[in-house]
Write a protein that binds this ligand. Structure first.
Ligand code: NAD
Length: 466
């Protein structure tokens, strides 16, 4: 069957990939290149939608784990989706780039980290993924970029692709998923953005993406069909806006500390204004993770290359405010130790960059824990999901899976990732196992009055008036 893009949807030879008897002739064969956070979720979700999917990654250990339905990361529902997809025969994983041969749509999901020693995005993985894909591209294939990239990347990659296979096309379909909700966000996104070139192949590319995401489209998900630059900028702008909102409320937290105000009440009061909204007005230790910090830096670096740096100069301040949160928390912790942290037992609750995830990339919690450990404090870190990752990557830090072990005998508790189980802690019971009832609530997630009533010395960030 030929689509308007001239795409062969199911090559008869792929039948070995498709054991599902419910398959129809309209099934698509997709490849997902790069099976990390984004790609593993995308591959499993596309298989759940009924497509035949091969996931490819250069990391053989990841491929082996995914092939056994073991996700490389914690994400609700992902293990079930992997098991279903693998069991149905619609999903498989491979380390060999040749495995994409039978697919007609290729999703690029590789990492675009911060350049080592720089701030711009490092596109080496993306370029290597395209290089590996080129020998297998066929007339009518569609390559779909999902990674977060500097504006201009899609146009450059299209030229590379069409130099080798002029009848292949490229679309840019940025991903907006939230870690911890990644499967739900992939299956039912807030919106779909397709950056496509002008002309009939661009229209055909958008039609094909609508077929791939047919369920979301039928459910009324807004679809924005635009040019490459707007699609690339949408993702960068979304992250810049969210980062700015967080740093804005953190700047207000400093004002609250200077004036005796309470930033949580301030955020509530602001959030009732429908033009502002309460989301992303959580003052505290600030943002981290594998996206926002590197994405705002890459956005600014790209704007500077384009001669538009002054328009985004505020992102430098957004970044600085955010990083200063970590220094501020360390300052409060040192203060709570009377300026003498060496040998003091500090329990750090949370290592993931946010609750609901085991991702520790650029985790503010871990940064604070490491700084305090470097001062000689006896830091013990616990987290419901991320302990193994911390142990693997930072063997010098003390970790425990047991909350009880982390807090027993502690002289200072730092709540640094607001996992529900930490927010629900009973201050009375906790006060009986610690050495000193002193807590710094780095996420402003606790009720100060309740903790103080239980005999705790409580500090939040921007809660001088609480
Ligand atoms: P990740 O580091 O978890 O995964 C990247 C994967 O790509 C790794 O498994 C790596 O082995 C693989 N890879 C590298 N080079 C490759 C190659 N040449 N061929 C095949 N595989 C290769 O990163 P991630 O968090 O999944 O992010 C991927 C992209 O998605 C980034 O651009 C990121 O900004 C964007 N993004 C991420 C999220 C998120 O929440 N994690 C959300 C939206 C967008």
């Amino acid at each position: 069957m030929i689509t308007s893009l001239g795409i062969n949807t199911v090559d008869p030879t792929v039948i070995d990939l498709v054991r599902d008897t419910e398959r129809t002739d309209d099934d698509l064969v997709l490849s997902v290149i790069g099976c990390g956070y984004l790609g593993a979720v995308h591959a499993a979700s596309m298989a759940a939608l009924g497509h035949t999917v091969v996931g490819v990654d250069v990391d053989q250990s990841k491929i082996t784990a995914l092939g056994q339905a073991r996700p490389p990361l914690y994400e609700p529902r992902l293990a079930d989706l992997l098991a279903d997809g693998l069991g149905s025969g619609r999903l498989r994983f491979a380390g060999d780039p040749a495995a994409v041969r039978r697919a007609t749509v290729h999703f690029l999901c590789v990492g675009t980290p911060q350049q080592p020693g720089g701030v711009a995005a490092d596109l080496r993985h993306l370029d290597a993924a395209v290089t590996a894909l080129l020998p297998y591209l066929k007339s009518g294939d569609l390559v779909v970029g999902k990674s977060t990239v500097p504006v201009g990347t899609a146009a450059r990659l299209r030229a590379r692709i069409q130099a080798v296979e002029p009848a292949a096309e490229l679309a840019w379909n940025p991903e907006f998923l939230r870690e911890g909700h990644a499967v739900a966000d992939t299956l039912a996104p807030d919106r779909l953005v397709y950056g496509v070139p002008g002309g009939p192949t661009g229209t055909a590319a958008a039609d094909l993406l609508n077929r791939i995401y047919a369920k979301a489209v039928a459910d009324g998900t807004p679809v924005i069909i635009t040019d490459y630059a707007t699609a690339e900028l949408t993702k960068a702008a979304a992250n810049a806006f969210l980062a700015t909102k967080i740093s804005f409320i953190n700047a207000m937290a400093d004002l609250c500390d200077a004036t005796g105000g309470d930033v949580v009440q301030l955020a509530d009061a602001l959030g009732h204004d429908r033009r502002i909204g309460r989301q992303f007005l959580g003052a505290g230790l600030g943002f981290g993770g594998g996206c926002l910090p590197k994405d705002i830096r890459a956005f600014l670096a790209r704007a500077e290359e384009l001669g538009a740096g002054s328009s985004l100069g505020f992102l430098r301040e957004v970044d600085a405010i955010n990083l200063h949160r970590r220094a501020r928390l360390v300052e409060l912790a040192l203060d709570a130790c009377g300026g003498l942290p060496a040998g003091r037992r500090i329990a750090v609750l949370g290592a993931a960059f946010k609750p609901g995830s085991d991702d520790i990339r650029d985790s503010p919690a871990l940064d604070v824990a490491e700084r305090l450990a470097s001062f000689g404090a006896d830091v013990v870190i616990t987290d419901p999901r991320a302990v193994d990752r911390v142990a693997e990557t930072r063997p010098q830090l003390r970790v425990t899976r047991s909350l009880d072990e982390a807090v027993r005998g502690a002289e200072l508790i730092l709540l640094l990732t607001e996992w529900p189980e930490y927010v629900a802690l009973n201050p009375v019971a906790l006060s009986k196992v610690v050495d000193r009832a002193v807590i710094i609530d780095g996420r402003n997630a606790l009720d100060p009055a309740r903790w103080r009533a239980a005999g705790w010395s409580y500090r939040g960030l921007g809660r001088a008036g609480s």
